[in-house]
Design a protein around this ligand. Sequence first.
Ligand code: RNT
Ligand code: ZN
Length: 421
Amino acid sequence: MKKKLIEKAYELAKEQYAEFGVDTDKVLSEMENINISLHCWQTDDVGGFEKAGAVLGGGGIQATGNFPGKAKTIEQMRADLDKVMSLLPGKQRLNLHAIYGEFEGKPVDRDQIEAKHFQGWINWAKKRGIGLDFNCTCFSHPLADDGYTLSSKDEKIRSFWVEHTKRCRAIGAEMGKQLGTPTVHNIWIPDGSKDTPVDRNTLRKQLKKSLDEIFAVSYPKKHLKDSVESKLFGIGSESMVVGSHDFYVGYAIKNNTLITLDNGHFHPTEQVGDKISSILQFVDEILLHLTRGIRWDSDHVVTFNDELLLITQEIVRCKALSRVNVGLDFFDASLNRIGAYVIGTRSAQLAFMYALLEPTATLVKYENKGRNFERLALLELLRTMPFGAVYDYYCMKSKVPTGQEYIDEIMKYEKEVLLKR
Ligand code: RNT
Ligand code: ZN
């Protein structure tokens, strides 16, 4: 897009928003504080680097599609992530899973991993001036095959996953320490049951016991933030998931951890946006896994939809941007994977920008006076305001492609790099 055109459109947008009492320049500076954590696993369909050709195994999640160009090595993954970040305005973070260490072709089981396996990533992130986030990987492993990990009644299995998760927190703390920005470590386990179980109680007691053991070690908050992620159901855990929302809300409040809200993990009529002002009354911070749930799948590419908007609006309306860690969580193997990141991240940024461009005080004034017509009218008028012009200007100022330019860039990368893999 032409620079002149973007500037002109921005000037007009600025005037239009000013009529509602909104300062677009201020919004642009606030956008700098929204650092979205890119989940590395969209580059390779959650395969990991434990062995060549590793694929996602069970765990209630599935990547479908066979679009060419999947990252097969750490080098390819890093090149892809650099490409993605070069097409995004603002600053990102990188979110790694434990299966993405540099194991140099040697088998290192999950209860043996150490910070040294992630030093290459720490150096990579340091060079780019970005932070890292981390996750234990309690799936794609023979000891996860019977459906239970941290909640297992088999002591050999349970203690293996406790050891793994303890190590992951230690690795996360080391990342945060070296990079000078806290690493959020997220615990998600696939544990659950296909058919109706009888003894749910023991499973949940086991999970609680495991978490207590894992969190017995404490790390400075400036290095590590702990979060726990619930789920309603997964493939093969349709009847019961041990780590349900109620379970983790209770655990997090009692133990002062963060709560991860993955908006693909709830009943389709439940709104994650509605949970934010409830949860923030009781926990210090939350971690978002932004995604798009479609029927049985919780992991489609994020798009600019009403569900996403309510999440960002609620965060902004609660003045809680500094209490929310924003991560993405989707994996779609049926389209250009680099493109998937750029669409999803830009949509999330756009949703935050849309929320920041809201004249919230005016809307609240109407609401408090019971003037529901004016509230609804203003909300509808905001939908056709030129927020895209503000976003284009943000991209231009960040020196990244504006408008549809990123499509050509991605097609070029597809031709020159991805299709040659
Ligand atoms: C699974 C959870 C979890 C995973 C990633 C790979 O349903 O959402 O966050 O998607 O850890
Ligand atoms: Zn998630």
